[in-house]
Structures are given as structure tokens and as C-alpha cells.
Design a protein. Structure first.
Lengths: 354, 266
């Protein structure tokens, strides 16, 4: 009884956890690439992949059909890779926002950031505001939408230097409704201008249209943002103590908060520009990560990036298998899984504060 | 370590919470800040430890302007144990104490064996090495406060700012914590709610009332029944305690102690 009360967490073995997750991510990459309405065996997938590696590629016997190769390299692999990047970005974005507001219920989807990004992206497409930036115009308008939403929600839920969690969640709900409305109006009134990206894409998220070209920017942003966050991991930890304590422990709080808003908006924006809003990943993954490794951001950041990538890839596999040959948008599945998790966390956090 | 505060003014909107406050703390002193609730003790301290930014006034640490100092530098000179001690996520006791090393770290620095030794020593100092891997959030209030003191020790500064750290604690914990800090032989500026604690531990006192310093001096000068009545509006009896040699204050409820008795006590 006493033992149970004084719950004691053993020191998590980070090296083991990260190795296991990396191996799991590689297995995921190979197996998930084979899975879909037309499945390709993992053995074939591995051979197709190996044949593309310059040094050893020529040694691999060419035993597969051209169709398999097209599916693996042209359709599935970019999709799985994009899933990894999107999942990792959303999870890390969740971690960042949670440090910013000091609450584990923050998530880009719940706080309306995804919706803001989507609304700005559609606006950008309609008016061609950033068209001079070429292929990146969509990502940049989505980034601006995220930044505006984060700042807005953050400002209205801040009461006397503390984030009021009820205000935060409610303003998130209000902002996402407004932004969804804007997106719907635009996509319905000017459907031709928006091509592939219809309202459904923005609101429920999908990886179906993945191409190699989509991968560059999100991957670059993920790598840069992860590096920035890892370098600042002590600051992120200290921010959890509250602004005053963080300042007293040597953190330039204002500067760090601005940096976190920038990082979170960048990751949310470029991710949503390629995949639409895939909700609750930024909520679930950091939560389960913390159960695994505790609250230290040095451990939370890499672990949640790997877990997020793996999770989104598998949910996406489910999305293309559940009602095959039709496809579900992956965002709908994450919502079905993530919604109940959110409610459970909400209940739990209520109990803890009492 | 020497802290000098001159004409510090800070307001939350309309009302001035700290109004031209001047005070100073010399090396080795244990200085107390007393006053009723809402008198501005916490506001003054938050301005000193950079939780708030003064509207006007000057604060210097060892003659150096605090407000233009990098945060990391001021955090190496001054450790804070405050009221704010909740964290939203699970951290072990060891991780919490290790946060005290942050001001000694640049962006790319890693934790060295020396850092770990300092953290271990700080925990041992407070007799908490057994709790190192416990979850901080599941500790009792007194244990949490001890962890925060260990964190301040790991910070390796010789000036402690205490923002009513013992406020919600049982008296045994209150005394334990002040005893710990006294033993560290550091310079201390502390807000103290309990006048008896102030009399027991402080070398000098500043009395705040409605954001202003209304009195200062050694406890024997400041803690007189007249002053206490003036600031707190309660009648009291102040004696030198035979064992501690310090002042001991007893408050007198309305029914007890006729005015003649009270005057006699004065």
C-alpha cells in the first residue's frame, strides 16, 4: 500500500528506448510501404528499396514486377515518409505548445492552430498573396495562419501572467470554429481556384496525395526546429516551473516564448500545408511519451518525434485498409482515437487539481 | 553579495503595489520583509528576482545594474525559493534539483559529472538522497519545499531570495527550512508572514504597508506592540524569550487582556 502511494519511476534507459523506437520506425517504414489495397510483401519492398541504393543496388536480383516498383517508389514510400515527417512534426509541435502554455492539453488541432493554418492557406490560394514564392506559398500562408492563431489564443487565455486552461480550451474551440467557417466559405465559393485541396482535405487531413516534392520543406523544418528545441531543452524544462521561476533560473522568458511560438507555428504550418489537419497527434504522443520517459524535454523531444512518426504511419495504413479500395482521411481516424484520449486526460487533470 | 534597491515602484494597473521602496541587504545578513497580506512583500521580491520588471527605480547587485544584466548572470548571483512550486509534468526529484544548474550552462553544454556531484551533494545536504528518483509531484508540501531549497543550493549562489517559502507548511517544516538556510551562511532576503519566525531568524526587518516601507531596523526596534498595532491592527504582548533570547510575540484576542493589562505589557 505504502509502496503504491510512493510511486517510484525507475530511471528510463534512454539509449534502449531510442534504439528500440528507431528499429521500430525502420520496420514500420518497410512493412507500411507494402500495405494497402495492393499489397507488396516486405521482402519485395526491401529488395526494391535496396536496388535504389547506389553501392549495393546492382547486386539485388530484379525479381519483382514493374507495377510493384511503381507502387512502392512512386506512391507508398513518399506517403510513408511524409507520414513519418508529419507525425514527428505534429508530436513535437504539441510538446512545444504544451511547454508554452504549461499544460498537457495543448495541441495544434485542439487550440485551433490547424484550422487557422488551413484558413490562411486557402485565403492565400484564393488571392495568390504569396504566389511569388512559388511552391512554398501555401506553406508560408499556413505558417502565418498558425502564428496568428497561436498568438491570439495565447493572448486571450493569459490572465495575470498565467494561462487559464478553461479560457485556453474555449478560445481554441471558438477560434477553430471561426477558421473552419472561413475555410468552408472560401472552398465552397471558389472551388475551381483551389484544385485538389478541397474543404474536406483541410478539415480532416490526408496523406493520400503525397509526392516526393512535398517532403523537402516539412523535413527541413522538422530538422531545424528539433535542433533549436534540443539546444534549448533546459529552457523548456524551466518554463514549466512558471515564468517567474524560469526567469529566476536564468531564462530570458520573453525571448524563449517568442522562439517557441515561431517554432510551433512553423511546424504546424508546413505540416498542415501538405497533409491538412491531422488532429490529436500532438496531444496523445507527448502524453504517452511522458508516461514512458518523464517530463525532461531532453528525453521527451526525440522520443515523441519517433513515436509520432510511427503512430501517423500506422493510422494512415489503417486509413487505406479499413474501407479498401476506398480511403478514409487519416485525420478522421486520429480524431476517433484521439478524442476519447483527450476526454480521459481532461478527466484526469481535473482529478489531479483537486 | 550586496543588494541595493532604490525607489522601486511597480503597479498592477491602477494601484501601486510597490511605492518608492528602498532597501538594502549586506553580505551575510538575513533580512526579513514583513507586513500584512497585500502589503507588497511579494511584489517587491518579484521585482528583485526579475519575475516582474519595475516601472521605475534602480536595483543593483554588487553595484551592477540588475535590470540590464543577462538573466543567466543574475541567476548565478541569486537563487530564489518561491511560492510557485507546481510543475505540470512528471519530473524526478533529481531532475528538479538539476534545474538549478541551468544558469551555469550555455546552449550547447552537456551535464558533466561535476554537475551530477553538485546535485547529489545538494540532496544529501537536505537528507533527501533517498528520494532522488521519486516523482516530485507526489511529494508532500514540506518535501517539495526542501527540493526547491536543494535546487537553490545546486545553483551555487550566495544570495537567497525567499518568497514566503514556508507559508503553507506545518510549523516543524517552517523551522526546518529556516534552519537549513541559516546553516548555509548565505545572504538572505525573505518575505515572512509569521512575526515570531521573523524575530527568531532575521538580523534586520523592513515593514511594508500598502506598498511602502514604513519601518526598518533590528527586530527589537521594529517589533514593538505599538508598531504591530499600527501596521496589523492587533494588540500583542512582546517579550524577550528566556531560552531563545529573541523576541516572542503573543497576540491578544479582543476578549482577553483588559486595556490596563495591555498597557502594562508595553
Amino acid at each position: 500500500m505504502e509502496q503504491k502511494h510512493h510511486f517510484r519511476r525507475g530511471e528510463p534507459n534512454m539509449r534502449l528506448i531510442l534504439c528500440a523506437l528507431t528499429v521500430l520506425a525502420l520496420i514500420t517504414l518497410i512493412v507500411a510501404t507494402g500495405l494497402g489495397p495492393v499489397s507488396v510483401s516486405p521482402g519485395t519492398t526491401i529488395r526494391i528499396l535496396l536496388s535504389r541504393i547506389p553501392a549495393i543496388g546492382s547486386g539485388v536480383a530484379h525479381t519483382w514486377q514493374a507495377l510493384d516498383e511503381n507502387i512502392v517508389l512512386g506512391l507508398r514510400l513518399p506517403r510513408v515518409c511524409l507520414g513519418m515527417v508529419v507525425g514527428a512534426s505534429l508530436a513535437v509541435c504539441g510538446v512545444t505548445m504544451q511547454a508554452l502554455v504549461r499544460n498537457n492539453l495543448a495541441d495544434p488541432f485542439i487550440l485551433g492552430v490547424s484550422n487557422g493554418a488551413a484558413a490562411f492557406a486557402t485565403l492565400g490560394m484564393l488571392f495568390g498573396a504569396f504566389s511569388f514564392l512559388g511552391v512554398y506559398s501555401l506553406s508560408i500562408s499556413a505558417f502565418l495562419g498558425s502564428a496568428v492563431t497561436i498568438l491570439f489564443v495565447y493572448t486571450i487565455s493569459r490572465v495575470r501572467g498565467h494561462i487559464h486552461i478553461t479560457q485556453l480550451l474555449l478560445s481554441g474551440v471558438a477560434v477553430s470554429m471561426i477558421m473552419d467557417g472561413v475555410t468552408s466559405i472560401i472552398t465552397l465559393s471558389a472551388p475551381n481556384a483551389l484544385g485538389l485541396h478541397n474543404a474536406e482535405f483541410w478539415m480532416s487531413g490526408s496523406l493520400a496525395g503525397a509526392r516526393w516534392a512535398y517532403l523537402t520543406l516539412p523535413l527541413a523544418v522538422l530538422v531545424i526546429c528539433m535542433a533549436v528545441l534540443m539546444v534549448n531543452y533546459r529552457g523548456l524544462n524551466l518554463l514549466l516551473l512558471g515564468e517567474e521561476s524560469a526567469g529566476a533560473l536564468g531564462v530570458n522568458v520573453r525571448r524563449l516564448q517568442k522562439l517557441l511560438v515561431l517554432v510551433a507555428s512553423l511546424m504546424a504550418g508546413v505540416t498542415i500545408a501538405v497533409s491538412g489537419s491531422i488532429g490529436f497527434v500532438g496531444l496523445m504522443v507527448p502524453h504517452f511519451t511522458r508516461m514512458l520517459v518523464g517530463g525532461d524535454h531532453k528525453k521527451v523531444l526525440p522520443t515523441s518525434a519517433l513515436l509520432g512518426g510511427i503512430l501517423v504511419v500506422w493510422v494512415d495504413v489503417a486509413a487505406r485498409l479499413v474501407i479498401a479500395p476506398e480511403e478514409l482521411p487519416v485525420g478522421i481516424l486520429t480524431a476517433v482515437i484521439g478524442g476519447p484520449v483527450f476526454i480521459w486526460m481532461l478527466k484526469k487533470s481535473h482529478r489531479e487539481t483537486q | 553579495m550586496r543588494l541595493q534597491v532604490e525607489d522601486l515602484t511597480y503597479s498592477y494597473g491602477e494601484k501601486e503595489a510597490a511605492d518608492h521602496v528602498s532597501l538594502q541587504v549586506d553580505a551575510g545578513e538575513f533580512v526579513g520583509l514583513i507586513g500584512p497580506n497585500g502589503s507588497g512583500k511579494s511584489t517587491v521580491l518579484k521585482n528583485v528576482y526579475r519575475g516582474l520588471r519595475p516601472d521605475s527605480g534602480k536595483i543593483t547587485l554588487d553595484g551592477e545594474d540588475l535590470l540590464s544584466m543577462p538573466y543567466r548572470k543574475s541567476a548565478r548571483k541569486m537563487a530564489v525559493v518561491g511560492q510557485e512550486n507546481e510543475v505540470p509534468f512528471d519530473f524526478t526529484v533529481e531532475e528538479m534539483v538539476a534545474m538549478g544548474r541551468a544558469p551555469h550552462k550555455r546552449l550547447f553544454d552537456v551535464d558533466t559529472p561535476r554537475d551530477r556531484q553538485i546535485v547529489r551533494n545538494a540532496l544529501e545536504h537536505l537528507g533527501m538522497e533517498q528520494l532522488a528518483h521519486r516523482n516530485y509531484r507526489r511529494l508532500s508540501g514540506g518535501e517539495k519545499q526542501r527540493v526547491l531549497i536543494a535546487r537553490a543550493i545546486a545553483q551555487e549562489s550566495d544570495f537567497f531570495v525567499l518568497d514566503e517559502p514556508t507559508n503553507h507548511l506545518d510549523v516543524s517544516y517552517q523551522m526546518q527550512i529556516f534552519d537549513f538556510i541559516k546553516r548555509l551562511k548565505v545572504t538572505v532576503l525573505s518575505a515572512i508572514h509569521d512575526l515570531n519566525m521573523a524575530a527568531l531568524y532575521c538580523d534586520r526587518l523592513y515593514v511594508l504597508s500598502q506598498g511602502r516601507v514604513v519601518m526598518e531596523g533590528i527586530p527589537e526596534q521594529v517589533l514593538t506592540p505599538e508598531n504591530i498595532y499600527h501596521v496589523y491592527g492587533v494588540r500583542s504582548c512582546v517579550e524577550k524569550h528566556p531560552i531563545t533570547g529573541k523576541l516572542s510575540i503573543s497576540f491578544l484576542p479582543a476578549g482577553i487582556g483588559a486595556s490596563s493589562f495591555w498597557e502594562e505589557c508595553i
